[in-house]
Design a protein around this ligand. Structure first.
Ligand code: NDP
Length: 373
């Protein structure tokens, strides 16, 4: 029988989840503190102990609902270091050969995959087969076909598949989405998304087609694509795209340096976007409607995010993105809470469909229809 305490926690959590689904102002996010007083905690093993994994794990120290309980890594010295930092016992440490053994480990509920892009697909299939929930970094895969297979594998295994779209939980982003949904910007006509940075070391996996699945588009351009979708609030139906390559040695065949692309939406709204590995200070969103506008710069960096609209500055308080993301994802997995902007496999897959269409448009030079099939 369920204890009174558990019952109260359940009621509190579901009472909180209703306004979140309805899309209330993130200004009252403080309220979600109540929901966090739930006893259950998501036990997470991190796979791939690289630069972003360190950022995520450090942010998770402040989580109330999620905890790092295990690691999967190909580097024994990193495992030792993480064991000391996060108090992880030997029995919760795995490598890429033996991690299927997580199946029998009750200390691990979910695996957060933070490895090079092309590995996300095979690793997701294995984690799902082991019966554990999957949180997978963006891009979820290197094409839509693989993304679809990941969704099917998780569905078949009865586990969640969530994509690491941390901006979907960010306060400024959510406030602008609320304003747009409630008609404060009027009918949306135009979005501009500029996403890029100058990439360094030419030997890194991000410039290796086999591991990255492409170049800037998979890594950073995806923010402009995903942002266009949640800012406009529709799924694009056509794309045109143009590629520019100034350094074909660093950016080899199949590794895009700079791509400009345009998206068309069912309402007639349009988007103009830039994805690049060759320009700095490119992290900007602009959304235009008949009754107002919203602008964000930086729009997707680690924060603080700066934003303003026709009504004035927003600049909502900064909370480490990955802390909020992991607490919210834990609530989704453990309590069935819904995200205001989805972070499920279907959401990740739509970005992959659009990326496939952008690459096709670059090749053909034509306007390509985007088919969500
Ligand atoms: P890193 O290169 O810093 O780390 C990747 C880790 O993956 C490595 O340290 C390694 O860990 C493991 N790995 C396994 N196989 C390989 C391989 N063949 N080559 C290289 N590394 C391997 O990359 P990032 O942490 O920057 O990026 C990882 C993923 O996270 C990417 O998909 C990226 O798009 C995403 N990301 C998302 C961000 C976000 O804001 N949402 C920000 C940054 C990255 P080990 O030695 O433990 O095996």
């Amino acid at each position: 029988m369920q204890s009174r305490r558990n019952f109260i926690h359940k009621i509190t959590a579901s009472a909180i989840s209703i306004p979140l689904v309805a899309g209330i102002s993130p200004k009252i996010f403080g309220l979600t503190e109540t929901a966090y007083h739930n006893e259950s905690e998501l036990k997470v093993a991190i796979m791939g102990l690289g630069s972003y994994a360190n950022r995520v794990a450090d942010a998770m120290k402040d989580c109330k609902r999620a905890k790092v309980t295990g690691v999967i890594s190909g580097t024994p010295s990193k495992i030792k270091d993480w064991q000391a930092r996060f108090n992880i016992p030997d029995k919760n440490c795995y490598n890429y050969e033996n991690f299927d053994g997580i199946k029998d480990n009750p200390d691990i509920d979910a695996v957060y995959i933070i490895t090079p892009n092309a590995l996300h697909h095979p690793q997701t299939l294995r984690v799902a087969a082991a019966g554990k929930h999957v949180i997978c970094e963006k891009p979820m895969s290197i094409n839509a076909q693989e993304g679809r297979e990941m969704i099917e594998a998780c569905k078949k295994a009865g586990v969640h598949l969530l994509i690491g779209y941390r901006m979907h939980f960010e306060a400024n982003t959510l406030e602008i989405v609320r304003m747009r949904r409630e008609g404060e910007l009027g009918p949306i006509r135009f979005f501009q998304g500029l996403s890029g940075f100058k990439i360094g070391d030419p030997t890194q996996w991000r410039l290796n087609r086999e591991l990255a699945g492409g170049g800037a588009m998979m890594d950073i351009g995806i923010y402009a694509i995903n942002g266009a979708r949640y800012m406009v609030g529709e799924e694009p139906i056509w794309v045109t795209a143009q590629e520019v390559k100034t350094d074909p040695v660093k950016f080899r065949e199949g590794v895009d340096e700079t791509i400009t692309f345009q998206l068309g939406f069912p309402s007639g709204a349009i988007a103009s976007c830039l994805s690049t590995y060759n320009m700095n200070y490119l992290d900007k969103f602009y959304l235009n409607g008949d009754k107002g506008f919203a602008e964000m710069q930086p729009s997707t960096g680690y924060g603080p995010i700066r934003s303003w609209t026709h009504k004035g500055r927003l600049d909502l308080p900064h909370v480490t993105h990955q802390t909020t993301q992991m607490d919210q994802m834990a609530a989704m997995i453990l309590d069935g809470k819904k995200a205001i902007i989805p972070v499920d496999g279907e959401e990740g897959w739509k970005d992959m469909v659009i990326i496939d269409a952008i690459f096709e448009a670059v090749k053909t030079g034509k306007k390509e229809e985007i088919k969500y099939l």
